[in-house]
Design a protein around this ligand. Structure first.
Ligand code: ADP
Ligand code: MG
Length: 384
């Protein structure tokens, strides 16, 4: 099966490199329905792959050189595979070259390659364009190099590329959603066991859609905020004598409050209550479907705003306007400090929501937001 978008990637490859690619692989971005900053605490997350994808057109070379190009830029980055390191690679090419590096670290037999990447996943909006590029390239190189790694191993390859070559201390959620997504399902991932279960989402049947509201405020994971939250979680777990915050229940929070510094307590409180909300959401989806999960979504937003303190005015505004426009639930999604919020809302109410958000953002002097609906789509695959 070859889509128009996949053919465009092959076309781009031909233009940049003067030959046809050996294949095209694609991987989607993701939206996290609920479960934020729980992944690196060995907790639960509930993301889904979205109908926005990154396409990686790849061809092998006979030498040990990688050339990587993207529709985002005219630049073609060229490097010997053996020389890839966090010192030698910078900028966007760190994502695909980091994947090649991580595959080699995992024992793959490397061969030079040309790569052209084309994508309709918005960058820096909290939709994980980073996992989309990593997973499309990981799946493609895994096939072309004959590495034979399973999807769960490829998720770790993507994470390692991002952690060690790009230098962003992110968890495993994004890659798992991008690789394991299923049409109209969410991916319930236990970040301790790494067991992933597809749970029916049932949006269409319920007459609902998920609207992504991109604030256009760009988050920067490589900067301090994310690392500081991780550090607070680690110190909270250490002081409470558990190996990770996953081991705490909401009933433990009383004791935690006595023991911890007030800021660390707030961070811990978010993670512990968020894990409980993910589990509740899964149960509600199974028992009653998506109309029943609104309260969990908003409680998650409040927890990120007040306890984890990673929301910003624009995200709070998008969430409040969604609820006053009749959304079932709404919350910021992604790492925070910018990016996007989501609203779970009846299809018939979306036009009014778009108008209300645009007006409120303009009145408050915020940048013009971008709103679009997404659905839960299939994960990474070979396109041609
Ligand atoms: P997010 O994952 O939320 O979109 P990140 O900051 O984690 O934001 O990742 C975005 C970065 O990933 C971009 O700045 C760029 O370096 C890289 N990237 C993502 N998609 C592409 C692409 N199609 N072409 C080139 N680089 C990309
Ligand atoms: Mg990212």
């Amino acid at each position: 099966m070859s889509s128009v978008a996949s053919e465009a990637a092959a076309e781009g490859f031909l233009t940049r490199f003067g030959s046809k690619p050996e294949g095209v692989w694609s991987a989607p971005g993701r939206v996290n329905l609920i479960g934020e900053h729980t992944d690196y605490n060995e907790g639960f997350v509930l993301p889904f792959a979205i109908n926005r994808r990154t396409f990686a057109a790849l061809g092998l070379r006979t030498d040990g050189i990688a050339r990587v190009a993207s529709s985002f830029t005219d630049e073609v980055v060229e490097i010997e595979l053996a020389k890839i390191s966090n010192q030698s690679v910078a900028g966007w090419s760190g994502y695909p070259l980091g994947v090649a590096w991580a595959l080699i670290q995992a024992g793959a037999k490397p061969q030079g390659f040309d790569l052209f990447v084309d994508s309709n996943v918005p960058v820096g909006a909290g939709l994980s364009s980073s996992a989309a590029i990593e997973c499309s390239v990981a799946l493609g190189l895994n096939d072309l190099w004959g590495s034979g790694l399973a999807k769960s191993a490829l998720a770790k390859i993507g994470q390692r590329a991002e952690n060690e070559i790009v230098g962003a201390p992110t968890g495993i959620m994004d890659q798992t959603a991008s690789l394991f997504g299923v049409l109209d399902h969410v991916v319930f991932l236990d970040c301790r066991s790494l067991v992933a279960e597809a749970i029916p989402l049932g949006l269409k049947r319920a007459g609902l859609e998920i609207v992504v509201m991109d604030t256009k405020v760009s988050h920067r994971l490589v900067d301090g905020g994310y690392a500081a939250r991780r550090a607070a979680c680690e110190s909270g777990a250490r002081e409470l004598g558990v190996s990770s915050l996953r081991d705490l229940e909401t009933a433990d929070l009383n004791r935690a409050k006595q023991l911890l510094d007030p800021v660390v307590f707030k961070r811990v409180s978010h993670v512990v209550t968020e894990n409980a909300r993910v589990v509740e959401t899964v149960q509600l989806l199974k028992d009653s479907g998506p109309l029943a999960i609104g309260a969990q979504l908003y409680a998650s937003h409040e927890s990120m705003r007040d306890d984890f303190e990673i929301s910003i005015e624009e995200l709070d505004c998008a969430v409040e306007v969604s609820l006053s426009s009749g959304a079932i639930g709404a919350r910021m999604t992604g790492g925070g400090f910018g990016g996007a919020a989501i609203a779970l809302i009846e299809t018939s109410k979306i036009a009014a929501l778009e108008e209300a958000v645009a007006k409120e953002f303009a009145d408050l002097g915020f940048a013009k937001p971008e709103l679009f609906s997404v659905f839960a789509d299939d994960g990474a695959r070979r396109e041609s």
